[in-house]
Design a protein around this ligand. Structure first.
Ligand code: CP
Ligand code: NVA
Length: 303
């Protein structure tokens, strides 16, 4: 596999191998070990949107593996696809660097970069997908259960890029997912069809959050207002009323259900401060595991 654009494109075997390598590198680095597999390699990181976790964890992962990374803001290069066509940018960058990572609005920006680049292209979030997040999430889930098979994740909120990548991860790795969203914000039917085609009955939808969490092992939420949707904030916050992950909702969930969020969290909107800070919250482990998964991914694609 040359690129990492969607979990949907990856075999189960590859995903399991990436998870194994992530866990192995996590324990290696925790005892001061190193794996200098990317000596002299350079990653270009293109960002059309802000980022804390993705940007820093990729940069640290490259440094850990003895490579380096260059952070590129769109204004530095006259915008992606604006000063020159994406296909030209992809071919030029391929002559300089060993890999390209991109966070973009349009999903077709990363697919076009990948089609024309001769080096690996990594999706660091588009409006459509966030595959690196979903894999770090699975790594985190794995740390809390014996076997991924049969694990039940309830996603409360917007059927967005994070929910969609998680649905594909569930389908490929034997987990079940219930998505509880208000009307108009559900995960699109085509993505559900694809996930359920990979593994029957992987994803189901509901508009009843309390019923959705009743037998959840993991309860996941994300912002109601993704990057690029800021103008819709008022309407979205009104439409998502009743879909907050809070103490009241968790009364309907098993007491040991773990709470997940890709972060950044908007306390008081999709989740309360109390739940973010609760002992069942594993969101900072998810954030940490971005680094461990990305080391494994970079090792696999760039070395
Ligand atoms: N979860 C995540 O991708 O965070 P950033 O937007 O800060 O990279
Ligand atoms: N759904 C969010 C995820 C942020 C990491 C967004 O796209 O803004």
């Amino acid at each position: 596999m040359k690129d990492f654009l969607s979990i949907n494109d990856c075999s189960t075997e590859l995903l399991k191998d990436l998870l194994r390598t992530s866990a192995r590198l996590k324990s290696l680095y925790s005892v001061g070990g190193t794996d200098l597999c990317l000596s002299g390699k350079v990653l270009a990181m293109l960002f059309e949107k802000p980022s804390l976790r993705t940007r820093i964890s990729f940069q640290v992962a490259m440094t850990d593996l003895d490579g380096s990374a260059i952070y590129v803001k769109p204004e530095d290069i006259g915008g992606i696809g604006k000063r020159e066509p994406i296909k030209d940018m992809a071919r030029v960058l391929s002559r300089y660097v060993d890999g390209i990572m991109a966070r973009t609005f349009e999903h077709t920006t990363v697919t076009e970069l990948a089609a024309f680049a001769t080096v690996p292209v990594i999706n660091a979030l588009t409006d459509w997908l966030h595959p690196c997040q979903a894999m770090a999430d699975v790594l985190t889930i794995q740390e809390h259960c014996e076997d991924l098979e049969g694990v039940k994740i309830t996603f409360i909120g917007d059927g967005n890029n994070v929910a969609r990548s998680l649905a594909f991860a569930c389908a490929k790795l034997g987990m079940k997912m219930v998505v509880a969203s208000p009307a108009g914000y559900q995960l699109d039917a085509e993505s559900i069809r694809k996930a359920n085609q990979i593994a029957a009955d992987t994803v189901t939808q509901t508009n009843d959050p309390a019923r959705a969490v009743a037998d959840a092992n993991f309860i996941y939420t994300d912002t109601w207002v993704s990057m690029g949707q800021e103008a819709e904030k008022q309407k979205r916050c009104a439409d998502f009323a009743g879909f907050q992950v809070n103490a009241e909702l968790l009364k309907s969930a098993p007491a040991d259900a773990k709470i997940m969020h890709c972060l950044p969290a908007n306390r008081g909107l999709e989740i309360t401060d109390e739940v973010v800070e609760s002992s069942n919250s594993i969101m900072f482990d998810q954030a940490e595991n971005r680094l461990h998964f990305q080391r494994a991914l970079l090792k696999r694609l760039l070395s």
